[in-house]
Design a protein around this ligand. Structure first.
Ligand code: SF4
Length: 590
């Protein structure tokens, strides 16, 4: 028998109970409090982490004293970053630590102080229903859902409904990207109704009723102040698009695909001046600091197709975003960085690790990226493949993409599809990185699946309703197999019936003597053959016939291996099943 040496690098086992036969994650050993936190092993040639953090960019007049900072006399901290620098654990940090069970409140504070984590929590929004959360590599990967009325579709009520829907399906933050309808009213309603942080791209509201050419610094600052006062938790500010970057765009296949980036590029070309968001960055910081609005430094030059990925326009802008990060930190403002976009799979790790270096570990918030351009209508899939790689290699938050990307305004079901695709990406990366406890959910579901415990299976499923509907489409009764393989070929049932295996012997679950289930009836076979063609009514009519075949009185077939009284089940477990773990030798005959 071969014994292989697995490439273990000291990462934590993502399973709390160490269940199963897997030794744990193959990622690097965690380094919370250092530049690497949870990280993937480097492919040769990858950029190394920056040796600096937010500690190297303290405001004027501040000095460092050990692991704390000393502010000038009379200074009143406002932002989470300022509190963290001064050593304070805020109520928001405590709440974050409760939600990130692998982190202590001290670790949350220290990561915020280092700039590697942000808690986007506008002081105004905290007065409503906001539940503080964090974004950073030491914590679990987060997802963002975009919504917002467009000039051709949707209303405030519809957007609030979408917000609730996005929260229901796991969005950790929501961006209101409205460009039509009553923007102020819609934003206000979303902030009032949200438990999650709300982000906006303020330039959208700045150009309502005016041409981009007429945008002035006064309008910019006034709009930012108004939105900050309303309670927006983070602003996308495209301050990194510079005049000198624009020549790099000329040969691109698809120019500038960021709305904010293209508007500001036009402004710069019309006026022959530098980006006003860049030249007035300090004033913008001051407004944002006042309400603790976090920066999401926008990637106005992100690639809009694989052919433009990792080009000079994109990477020069990223270098500028690194400089702006340092400036914002000097102003006490929390920062995350926005990233691409459309990136071939092989270039994703480089993009993540370059950001980590240039922006000194500030959280990276990426849109996808899409790993191919030719599946419009399915871009939630093309992008969640890239998002999984991005989250494994360095992203902290993933901006979802819905099936409507590139082709239309997402409706409710598109929001659900986008959220689910991105929950998959984020969770898969957390497990791979070895974030403690992240695999517990998977292990619980695996146990329920092995025990053929359908109720538990659906209860644990992220979208149990859909899983149950798919199951019941063919067999609306609880059997110890499902319609995918049928009774005779159900490997899970067979494994469960092998006494020597732990498989299927979940706590609280037992079985009587091995029960023989009926194989597929002609009706069941008919259902399988016509799957996808029959109407739901017809499926249920035919599926009901299976009850007779499996001797079901209620919803559970008498053939089910677990169809016994709880006391009997307990006895069986004690006498026959649990011994698998206690007796070294057990024969199949027992
Ligand atoms: S029939 Fe196939 S798919 Fe269904 S539970 Fe058994 S092994 Fe799994």
């Amino acid at each position: 028998m071969l014994t292989r040496t697995l490439p273990l690098r000291g990462a934590a086992n993502p399973s709390s109970l160490r269940d199963g036969t897997n030794p744990g994650s193959f990622a690097n050993a965690p380094n919370v409090g250092g530049a690497l936190t949870f990280s993937s092993p480097d492919t040769p040639g990858m950029p190394q982490p920056s040796g600096k953090s937010a500690w190297d960019f303290l405001p004027d007049g501040w000095r460092r004293d050990g692991d704390r900072a000393i502010a000038p006399a009379g200074f009143v901290p406002v932002t989470q970053l300022e509190h963290a620098r001064l050593g304070t654990i805020t109520p928001e940090m405590k709440r974050v630590a409760e939600r990130e069970s692998h982190l202590t409140a001290e670790q949350v504070r220290d990561e915020v102080a280092a700039g590697r984590m942000i808690i986007p929590a506008n002081t105004q929004h905290l007065q409503h229903a906001l539940e503080p959360m964090c974004i950073g590599r030491a914590s679990k990967t987060k997802i963002n859902a975009n919504m917002g009325a467009s000039p051709v579709s949707s209303s405030t009520d519809e957007e609030v409904e979408k917000l609730k829907w996005a929260e229901r399906w796991g969005a950790d933050t929501v961006m209101d990207l409205s460009t039509g309808g009553n923007l102020d009213e819609c934003r206000q309603a979303i902030i009032r109704n949200s438990r999650v942080p709300i982000g906006t791209v303020p330039i959208y509201s700045m150009i309502i009723g005016r041409k981009i050419e007429d945008l002035s610094i006064e309008v910019i600052l006034e709009s930012l102040r108004e939105q900050a006062k309303q309670g927006v938790d983070y602003f996308t500010i495209h301050a990194g698009v510079l005049r000198e970057h624009l020549p790099f765009v000329q040969r691109r296949l698809i120019g500038i695909v960021s709305r904010g980036g293209s508007l500001l590029a036009k402004w710069m070309l019309v006026h022959g001046k530098q980006n006003p968001m860049y030249t007035h960055f300090d004033q913008i910081c001051e407004i944002m600091r006042e309400y603790d609005v976090s920066f999401s430094l926008g990637d106005g030059l992100r690639p809009g197709g694989l052919a433009d990925a990792s080009d000079e326009a994109q990477l020069n802008e990223l270098t500028t975003l690194g400089e702006l990060t340092e400036k914002a930190w000097r102003k006490g403002v929390q920062v995350m960085i926005e990233g691409p976009g459309h990136v071939p799979f092989d270039q994703i790790e480089y993009n993540m690790k370059l950001e980590r270096q240039l922006c000194h570990g500030a959280p990276f918030y990426v849109l996808g990226p899409l790993v191919t351009d030719v599946f419009p209508g399915y871009d939630h899939i093309t992008s969640c493949i890239g998002a999984t790689a991005a989250a494994y290699h360095g992203a902290s938050m993933l901006c979802y993409v819905t099936p409507k990307e590139h082709v239309g305004l997402p409706k409710k079901d598109d929001v659900k599809q986008g959220c689910i695709a991105y929950k998959i990406a984020a969770h898969a990366a957390d497990v791979a990185l070895g974030i403690p406890g992240s695999r517990d959910w998977d292990d619980s579901l695996t146990k329920a699946r092995a025990a053929l415990n359908w109720e538990k299976h659906f209860e644990l499923a992220f979208d149990g309703d859909t899983a149950r509907a798919f199951h019941d489409e063919d067999l609306d009764v609880d059997t110890d197999f499902c319609a995918m393989c049928g009774h005779d070929w159900c490997s899970v049932r067979i494994s469960k019936e092998i006494v020597e295996f732990a498989s299927g012997k979940a706590d609280g679950f037992g079985r009587d003597k091995i029960a023989q289930s009926a194989a597929l009836t002609p009706e069941q076979r008919e259902i399988l053959e016509k799957r996808g063609v029959l109407s739901p009514e017809e499926i249920h009519r035919l599926a009901s016939k299976t009850r007779k075949a499996v001797g079901a009185e209620g919803s559970k077939g008498s053939c089910h291996s677990d169809y016994v009284e709880p006391t009997t089940a307990q006895q069986i477990q004690e006498q026959r099943l649990v011994q698998l773990r206690t007796k070294p030798e057990v024969s199949a005959a027992e």
